[in-house]
Design a protein around this ligand. Structure first.
Ligand SMILES: Cc1ncc(COP(=O)(O)O)c(C=O)c1O
Length: 431
């Protein structure tokens, strides 16, 4: 048995994985051209009917929007400054009102809850599925009340939610579906049903870790002309899309993407499909070789997946199979073997202090408008979401996208490291 690196042995690898984001001269060239042009915002061009009043068809932002909509087989794409505000705008466009309820997932980034809170609405949590950490659609109907207005499915890491079930529940109860596809550009279900086009409105993030990035950025997608016009207005100071430059019709704010960011995204987009191919190839190797060692399991991807993407691979950790080795110790040992794995979220969203800091139920509370029942204390979700609790505590080990951007041997090193730590599991019980 080879000695673990954490105990002074030779690590499986010392070479780093590819850097993320990946930068090349084309990116430098693309951004430099915009800098030199002096056209740094999307309204630097003359008026063009293609973008409506004050918009234009020639700005990098407009080109990006058209290209993104085409790729995702969706009618409208509206670029914004990040994925968090994309969700905020989507909630406003969906007409969320104070005191409304939004059913969301406890296992994700805070943005799909903060968007409800920013609209003075109430995030309501239902548990996730142990096999792939997406929200369990069978629990949604039990959480619907007369105040429920929307469902926010979050496709996670590369795993699609069960959109067919979620949409049929939404139809039955007349709810809007706001599809958080922050992790999922380019991902589709058969046939050409792309993330971001499946609900009433969808969002993406181009934040630094995402598989399509310009550091910070976001996109809203929808097939509804009405939603698109509202989102256009909301990201643009509430301006009238087809009105005068100073004509304000909605309470909006400035959430526009810059030309520099859009040019970087357009340049990154040229490499995006190739990068996805590399990750796909390596994911196949990873999953097949992990399944033969049987000690750590890939998540269950949606059976209808057509274009698979890998933003995160949330491997499922089963402590019993490891004779009780704590997940944290496995992570430490695998990291020392040269694989930068991580544990993910420390606790489900409802445990965030923000929920203690908001007064939901006093008569003056803006969250209480028109409510007939008090908001349930958020610590009660602990009993209702045992899977999310377990996953945060010890149920998953995350691999980030760049770990699948190397070659086949780089990928096999991930398997070798887990294998080696597993063989030595008795040595890591107390680190
Ligand atoms: C699932 C999900 N939704 C929304 C967001 C928010 O995106 P941004 O960081 O661009 O604001 C993130 C960010 O990481 C995310 O992971």
């Amino acid at each position: 048995m080879k000695k673990l690196a954490i105990h002074g042995g030779k690590p499986v690898r010392t070479k780093p994985y590819p850097a993320w984001p990946q930068v090349d001269e084309d990116d430098v060239q693309a951004v430099s051209e915009v800098v030199r042009s002096g056209k740094w915002w999307m309204y630097a061009y003359e008026k063009d009917p293609a973008g409506g009043v004050g918009g234009n068809g020639r700005s990098k932002v407009s080109i990006l929007e058209r290209e993104f909509a085409r790729i995702h087989n969706v009618k409208h794409a509206i670029a914004v400054s990040n994925g968090t505000v994309a969700l905020d705008i989507a909630c406003k466009a969906a007409g969320l009102k104070p005191g409304d309820e939004v059913i969301t997932t406890p296992y994700t980034f805070i943005a799909s809850s903060s968007c409800a809170l920013n609209a003075l609405s109430i995030p309501v949590y239902v548990d996730i599925k142990p096999e792939n950490l997406t929200r369990n659609p069978d629990l949604i109907e039990g959480a619907i009340t007369e105040r429920t207005k929307a469902i926010i499915p979050v496709h996670f890491g590369g795993v699609f939610c069960d959109m067919d079930k979620i949409k049929s529940i939404a139809r039955k109860h007349n709810l809007l579906v706001i599809e958080d596809s922050a992790h999922m550009p380019g991902a589709s279900l058969k046939v050409r049903r792309f993330a971001g086009s499946l609900g009433d409105i969808g969002i993406f993030s181009f934040q630094n870790s995402k598989i399509l990035t310009c550091g910070e950025g976001g996109m809203i997608t929808t097939n509804s002309d009405e939603m698109a016009d509202k989102c256009w207005s909301l990201r643009h100071m509430g301006r009238a899309r087809y009105g005068g430059w100073y004509e304000t019709v909605m309470v909006g704010t400035n959430n526009r993407l810059t030309e520099l960011q859009a040019s970087l995204l357009l340049s990154q987009l040229k490499k995006f499909f190739k990068q996805n191919e590399i990750r796909r190839h390596n994911a196949k190797i990873l999953f097949s070789e992990l399944s033969s060692i049987e000690v750590i399991t890939p998540p269950a991807y949606h059976p209808d997946t057509e274009n698979d993407i890998y933003y995160l691979v949330c491997l499922l950790y089963n402590r019993e199979k490891w004779d009780g080795a704590p997940r944290e110790n496995v992570i430490k040992a695998v990291q020392r073997e040269g694989i930068p794995v991580s544990a993910g979220y420390e606790y489900p969203l409802y445990k965030n202090p923000v929920f203690k800091n908001i007064d939901f139920n006093s008569p003056q509370s803006p969250y209480n408008i028109g409510r007939t029942k008090p908001v349930k204390p958020y610590d009660e979700y602990e009993n209702e979401c045992p899977v999310a609790e377990h996953v945060c505590k010890e149920g998953t080990i995350w691999l980030t996208n760049e770990l699948l951007l190397g070659n086949e041997e780089d990928t096999r090193d991930i398997v070798r490291a887990f294998e080696k730590v597993y063989e030595n599991r008795k040595e890591i019980m107390n680190l």
